[in-house]
Design a protein around this ligand. Structure first.
Ligand SMILES: Cc1cc2nc3c(=O)[nH]c(=O)nc-3n(C[C@H](O)[C@H](O)[C@H](O)COP(=O)(O)OP(=O)(O)OC[C@H]3O[C@@H](n4cnc5c(N)ncnc54)[C@H](O)[C@@H]3O)c2cc1C
Length: 259
């Protein structure tokens, strides 16, 4: 059983978010971190590998070279190998272009199962897994809160607004896990020390046979036209709770004839 986990390096949650007015893209120059939702996907891959007693977990990412730091966190958790697709021409890729690159890398790996996190915390698209599955022509199940493998198929318990769907799909397949699926482990000191010596491959677009014109801004079908601050709010009144907050709110609602 070979499991590929797609992971993304995102700006650290504590870093101040800023859009670069020149490129109209998120400024990703500060501290980076492994997308928290993807840690659940790595954890699930490690659990499935342990349950089947054999196999390989490979983490796959597209990003700048420094994204290797985030990939090493996945290696420290227990993943066996990392593949980073890093190429200056890929900067500025939108969802469609990103999905093309990841699909090519996954075709090369031929995994039985591809896992994704539910969404990335910087762009929050929650769609990349669907685009990659479409390119690979593989079944996809999203929001999976429980996952079991059974020979040549998998069963996913999918969270919905009103309960769960239980869906079975043949392997190879693509699954995006919900963050409720597991409680990720912390990397051990031994894991952290060993991560650097695990195989880490950096690929260019040429290595995957991808034309630079098919990625980056040239290969992207979305373009950010303009950015602006949200419109200012109308009249607002801030009520500090000095012990009389509730009375003040009631008085305000009465004044507005709302109660
Ligand atoms: C015009 C434009 C320019 C952009 N330029 C850039 C840019 O320069 N750099 C940049 O990082 N983003 C850029 N983006 C955002 C980029 O399109 C998205 O980050 C990317 O398509 C994934 O979408 P998402 O982050 O919303 O992922 P989601 O759909 O929310 O992610 C779902 C899951 O997909 C996986 N995943 C997401 N991204 C990756 C990845 N790169 N590698 C491996 N797995 C991944 C993770 O498992 C994640 O949990 C740009 C977007 C637009 C519209």
């Amino acid at each position: 059983m070979k499991i590929a986990v797609c992971v993304k390096e995102v700006p650290d949650a504590t870093a101040h978010k800023r859009i670069d007015p020149g490129t109209k893209r998120l400024d990703r120059s500060g501290e980076g971190a492994l997308n928290a939702f993807d840690v659940n996907a790595v954890e699930e891959a490690l659990r499935l590998k342990a349950a089947t007693g054999e196999g390989e977990v490979v983490v796959v990412s597209m990003g700048p070279e420094r994204a290797l730091n985030s990939l090493r966190k996945a290696l420290a958790m227990g993943a066996d190998r990392a593949v980073l697709i890093s190429d200056d021409a890929a900067a500025g890729s939108d969802l469609v272009a990103t999905s093309a690159v990841l699909a090519k890398a996954l075709e090369r790996e031929q995994p039985d199962l591809v896992l994704f996190g539910q969404q990335s915390s910087d762009s929050d698209g929650a769609v990349l897994w669907a685009a990659v599955a479409e390119r690979l022509r593989r079944p996809v199940i999203s929001q999976v809160a429980e996952l079991t493998l059974d020979g040549g198929s998998l069963t996913g318990k999918r969270q919905t607004e009103f309960g769960y769907d239980v869906i079975r799909a043949p392997l190879p397949a693509v699954v995006a896990v919900a963050d409720s699926i597991n409680e990720p482990r912390y990397p051990s000191l031994k894991g952290i020390m060993g991560a650097k010596s695990k195989p880490q491959e950096t690929l260019s677009l040429a290595d995957l046979g991808i034309e630079p014109s098919h990625v980056g801004p040239a290969g992207s079908r979305t373009e950010v036209l303009a950015l602006s601050d949200p419109p200012p709010r109308g009249d607002t009144q801030k009520i500090e709770d000095d012990g009389t907050g509730a009375e003040k709110i009631v008085a305000f609602l009465v004044e507005k004839r709302l109660i």
